[in-house]
Design a binder for this molecule. Structure first.
Ligand SMILES: [Zn+2]
Length: 340
């Protein structure tokens, strides 16, 4: 066994993956694209340093094309323990479709195969030109991921995707449906011979009922408000490890559920770079909101790192650890190959 793996066996892993993108104060494409929030990243990186966390910044095209923001990213890549990966908003990554020219927020998964290929290829080229290396980790904007994207990413040399939002169905907005997915990582089965790991964002329904319960839960229409009652009574909660919308208590509950009850030794916290800058996202509009966000972040980090003793790795580091013996050393069983 590889000596590094021998050391990491029995360990549990923390991944922090950040969609590092333009300012979106109303969560919609803006007429004029700005990337001011990127200037706030050094403040966030300071917190990561304090907890020995190596984050993965998944950067998109507007961030790379702005001199001030790409310089921040270059500095992080050069000076800090972190990974710079790729994030793609279809609506601002050329070539644009007609609806994208008109300012619509779209999903890459809904574009033609030819356009998907062109966008991903062009973007990867821009990434390399601006930063001097190729990205190996990826998350699609709005979770717009599909089997064609997986194949193209493999061909371009990416080793890990983290676009699946388990149990979420974005169908009402014409987006993908991940209801049948769990947070268990797997190898994406593609036509390409290269390995591509899927590490979903950590989301699960934490409940006190028999295992078939989720099927019933997702049939309950939202208008009945029954799901809200389940949540309040702590009978069943659909939780994300996302410090924006969830309390520290909820995030701890989900982390314990994943690590202890499901015995999945990896958790993947996600948020957006814009959330750490007042007014750059709809969530944290004032400095006070941002301060509170940092407190939640720090509280969950201090729970997961010193207390639970998780080991922080970047997305691509995690993929290469899994590749060594198909995941056997980390999960105690080989990870499955699955089609999307
Ligand atoms: Zn995004």
């Amino acid at each position: 066994m590889h000596s590094e793996l021998r050391h990491l066996k029995q360990k549990m892993f923390l991944i922090v993956s950040i969609d590092t993108e333009e300012d979106m104060p109303n969560w919609r494409p803006q007429k004029t694209t700005t990337t001011n929030n990127i200037l706030c990243l050094p403040r966030l990186q300071k917190l990561f340093r304090k907890y020995s966390i190596a984050p993965t910044y998944l950067v998109n095209q507007p961030v790379l094309e702005n001199d001030a923001s790409v310089n921040v990213i270059r500095q992080l890549a050069q000076d800090e323990k972190c990974e710079i990966g790729a994030h793609l908003h279809s609506w601002n990554t050329p070539p644009l479709s007609e609806e994208e020219e008109q300012g619509q927020a779209t999903y890459l998964s809904n574009q033609s195969l030819a356009r998907k290929k062109e966008k991903l290829k062009n973007f990867t080229k821009v990434f390399q030109q601006k930063l001097g290396f190729l990205p190996t980790s990826y998350r699609a904007g709005r979770y717009g991921f599909c089997s064609q994207s997986a194949m193209i990413l493999s061909e371009l040399g990416y080793t890990i995707d983290s676009s699946i939002a388990p149990l979420m169905d974005f169908g009402a907005d014409n987006g993908p449906n991940f209801r049948g997915h769990t947070l268990q990582p797997f190898w994406l089965k593609t036509q390409c011979h290269r390995k591509l790991l899927e590490l979903p964002v950590t989301i699960d329904l934490v409940h006190r009922f028999p295992t078939q319960f989720p099927e019933l839960y997702f049939q309950i229409p939202d208008w009945t408000k029954i799901k809200g009652v389940f949540h309040r009574l702590n009978f069943a909660r659909l939780l994300w490890l996302r410090p924006t919308t969830y309390t520290v208590q909820e995030m701890k509950q989900l982390a314990d559920h994943v690590l202890t009850r499901l015995q999945i030794p990896v958790i993947n916290i996600m948020f957006h770079s814009s959330e750490i800058c007042p007014g750059a996202s709809p969530y944290n509009t004032t400095e006070q909101d941002v301060k509170e966000f940092f407190v939640r972040l720090e509280t969950i980090f201090s729970y997961l790192m010193p207390q639970k003793k998780l080991h922080s790795v970047t997305l691509s580091e995690f993929a290469s650890l899994c590749a060594q013996d198909e995941g056997l050393d980390i999960f105690g069983k080989k990870l499955l190959y699955r089609e999307l």
